[in-house]
Design a protein. Structure first.
Length: 276
């Protein structure tokens, strides 16, 4: 009886936690949808006082600019995400597998962008990029986003690599595989979920970056955040909300593509392993 009561209590607490989590996600999302069609919603009114389709018509009117904005944002964030994951794999393996002079310094540098205030970090990068001729360029924005998102990728992949270990890789090398073949056939397939998490995190950090993009892009490099934030600051909540919904939709779509690619890649590697 006591065990059954404990199970019921645990189940009740779990259901409450799930309900709170669902509410914390669904209520803001529903509010965004309602605000898209709302012109005025004064407190303490329970329902909007004035409805309008102005935001939808604005998006339809600027659809050409919107597609260009989507392409630019996805391109920048995807390049940053892929580069972050690739550099993260190489860096994590170097820090885990090898001993070399300056290893502690390298490990510290991987988290330094997170320790420095964002304003100081952005100003330092801008001064450096002006000297290098990278200010107000797409390459400069990508590089700045990469520096800022790389710590997330490195730490995620390092934790995953430590959990996977190198035992299987060592056994593969004993059986005659080269270092690259051993890594590709044993460790890499197990790291795919972690790498996908690193790609997703880096993509989000880049896609939602406003201050770095504004400072280093000089207003010439347009992304979703650059266009969306001024609407929110000026009080155009309905237009800001429809941009937010598009922001979420594009992010989910890109994540689905990443997951599909990762799944196909894993099946190919595992299939190739058994065929060989």
């Amino acid at each position: 009886m006591e065990r059954q009561e404990m199970k019921k209590r645990k189940s009740f607490i779990t259901n409450i936690i799930l309900a709170v989590l669902c509410a914390s996600i669904l209520i803001p999302a529903a509010s965004l949808v309602v605000w898209v069609f709302t012109e005025r919603w004064a407190w303490p009114g329970l329902f909007p006082q004035v409805l309008s389709d102005r935001a939808v018509m604005e998006i339809v009117r600027r659809k050409g600019e919107l597609f260009s904005l989507m392409a630019s944002s996805i391109m920048i964030s995807s390049v940053v995400a892929v580069l972050s994951a690739a550099i993260g794999v190489l860096t994590s393996r170097a820090l885990i597998l090898y001993r070399f002079r300056g290893k502690d310094l390298m490990s510290f540098l991987t988290v330094l962008p997170l320790m420095v205030p964002a304003t100081v970090f952005a100003m330092g990068i801008q001064i450096t990029f002006i000297r290098m001729g990278l200010n107000n360029t797409v390459a400069g924005v990508i590089l700045a986003h990469l520096i800022y998102s790389l710590p997330y990728a490195v730490r995620l992949i390092m934790d995953g690599s430590q959990a996977v270990g190198i035992t299987l890789e060592e056994q593969a090398r004993v059986l005659g595989a080269s270092s690259f073949q051993a890594f590709r056939r044993t460790t890499l397939p197990m790291l795919v979920p972690v790498i996908l998490s690193a790609v997703s995190m880096s993509y989000i950090v880049s896609f939602s970056q406003y201050f770095l993009t504004l400072l280093l892009g000089g207003g010439r490099i347009k992304t979703f955040a650059i266009v969306m934030v001024p609407y929110l600051q000026s009080g155009n909540r309905n237009i800001a909300c429809i941009y937010s919904i598009l922001f979420m939709g594009i992010t989910l779509m890109v994540f689905a593509v990443f997951e599909r690619i990762a799944g196909h890649w894993t099946r190919q590697m595992v299939g190739g392993y058994y065929e060989s």
